[in-house]
Design a protein around this ligand. Sequence first.
Ligand code: ARG
Ligand code: ZN
Length: 851
Amino acid sequence: RIIRRSDYRAPDWQVETIDLTFDLDPAQTHVTAVMRVVRSGDHDRPLRLDGDGLRPLSVAVDGVAVNDWVLDDGALVVPLSGAAHTVETVVDIAPETNTQLMGLYASGGLLCTQCEAEGFRRITFFPDRPDVLATYRVRLIADKVRFPVLLANGDPVGQGDLEGGRHWAEWHDPFPKPSYLFALVAGDLVANRSTFVTRSGREVQLGIWVREADLAKTDHALQALETSMRWDERVYGREYDLDVFNIVAVDDFNFGAMENKGLNIFNSRYILADPDTATDYDYDGIAAVVAHEYFHNWSGNRITCRDWFQLSLKEGFTVYRDQGFSADQGSAAVKRIEDVRGLRAAQFPEDAGPLAHPVRPDEYIEISNFYTATIYNKGAELIRMMATILGPERFRTATDLYFDRFDGQAATCEDFVACMEEGGGADLAQFRLWYSQAGTPRVTARLAHSGGRATLHLSQRVPPTPGQPDKQPMVLPLRIKLFGGETGAALTEEQLFLLDSAEAEIAFETVPERPVLSINRGFSAPVIVETDRTAEDLAFLSAHDDDPFARYEAMQQLMLDTLVGAVATGRGDHRAVVDAVRNTLTDPALDPAFIAEAVLLPSESFMGDQMAVVDPDAIYHAREALRSELGRTLEEEWRAAYAASHAERFEYSPAAKGRRRLRSVALGYITAAGASDAAALAFAQFDAADNMTDRQGALVTLVGGTSPEREAALDIFYNRYADNPLVLDKWFQVQALSSRDDAAAAVEELALHRDFSLANPNRARALVGAFGVNQRAFHDVSGRGYRFLADQLIALDKLNPQTAAKLLPPLGRWKRFDAGRAALMRGELERILATPGLSKDMFEQASKSLD
Ligand code: ARG
Ligand code: ZN
């Protein structure tokens, strides 16, 4: 069944309050719900309470048992005559058999919940839609030995002992909220605690709850929480509003984390860190996700979404907010580079493929499939463009207006844009197309120069996407600057040009020398820009542009042009890239973290995205040829950078992170050079490392090769971390991403390893998810990669459809491959679709991918 945005209707019944009692037990949990329901508007429709897999044990209206209810498509339909009633329902649920990890489930001895988007209906009957906002009172009852800690949303209001070794706790959340923000946790947990005093003097008890053995790994998350609370006060004027803020880490979780009011629940990979087990990348991810979930308290909880088509209202804005937070903690330039690389790796392919959808979709079959890079990351780019158009002060005035006007309400993307217009004093009529049109706009830029003047010709085209054959021109904010090709001097100030038509021209009056174009600086618009800049121009910009993102971008373009040319002709001219990389690598003024980003070659899949027909083997070989050329020609420089970035002791700071990053990149190039001591060097780093960044960096390098050190390192790593699931995930993932010829066979074998299990989403993603993005191995011409992925998806769909469906997109890229591969990929999609009992999650992804 297709759900359409145009079918939205306000709810027939509102729920003012709900009192929930949970008699908790992994095998059988008894749930009693008492709701005050109020008829909304003038109608005679019955009360419809969503349910998924529930049977009512009893239903009562105003204290009297009734049996005139019916079950319709899982929902409980109760006829009611008056304007307001008290409705009580009782159900039993079985958390320990809940492998979907939606609703109430068991994870490593804990009981916990995940409700977004539609998990609450697996716990109790309720109008499970985000525009029904109720006040919750929750009473938890459980065995005191197995479940000594009982947590729910809001503030704690009481607790006590019961007979039979049981106890109870009660929680009250004063802020009306939609059901997707409900949460409870019961288990044997300890907390890393702190007190935060808000700007206006409210004392908040903070707690990060984990198993006792993990307590020492929670300081970084706790610190990130305090830093983000202060940051949101300073940058957006947002204060926290309850007396407690709790975070719980669980091992089995379908995605990163969840912003439940006052009780965030996290995938443990986004909480637990110490230098021995977490990389710098993990540390950064933890801070970003802690901040993200915390920021949702305003952008998501105080103001929620009217319906799920508006998901980007909270997710795009909150990603934009967490990106700003992370940028402020270290190098903003490097953060921007990482975010754009992520957008190009995940969102651009989505926009170019069969699952393309607008930031505000028009229809879905299963909303879980729409927690996508488009909703999150492209959504964040939309907010960023509006902030760019408004400028920082007016943007802040506009967000203040938004938070003020819609506090306590369920709002729409349109409401947000209207506040940007009104508070920011801008006309965003045409800008709204960004919400409705899918596809990545393509801009062509041609710069002409004669008689001391220059003219920039710009054109834009938004490609057709499924269901959207024709597109209107959009508003693209492009930051532009010209440099002198001879002197290197800036010929203009940077200007912000709003390209809002299919074609436009910009005239520059005083241009005495041949100009070089710097465009889309800072990646001011999430578009693909095609220019006719020469290798010389790009090399010049990579060394002299004063916008660090533009410098990075020029280098990437130079590398990409070289590599795509090499794939097409079978021969690469590497000289321009080698010179440009040397310049960057040896520039003493540059931050090592920036150098490390700038000298990395574009990924194999990004190269593939530039080609009409992807040739995975030719791409791999062209890229390897350039890598080893860079390694050999600059070997001395790589060794110097490697030595210079050595540190005696681990420290987590932006500077130390940058040095570690450059060290691993340099090690990779020394290995690519074929140096005879490369494996020994990598193994020495692996062995001596006092932190996971250096250890994993060395392991990645070794795993790509055939040295005896490779097997030794894999064994040592496995044995050392055999009891740490998050690090074992890395062991699986590193092998699934390997560039060796035997990678596909190795992955098939790893799927039989005793530590592999599809039941844990992190483990499934570490092997199956990583393999799907290993372009060369996955697209093995035999089709074994496709068969493997389909086998795993079919098996996982029976346990956990949501996580399974997320891993399908690599199979949907068949249109971009040769006829032989395309037929094999389609064959696997058809096999998936023919599986009896397929979930609607998987059905939607697979059927759309075949079209
Ligand atoms: N709201 C959560 C977050 O972004 C993620 C929830 C994902 N839900 C889902 N059904 N995929 O922080
Ligand atoms: Zn979010």
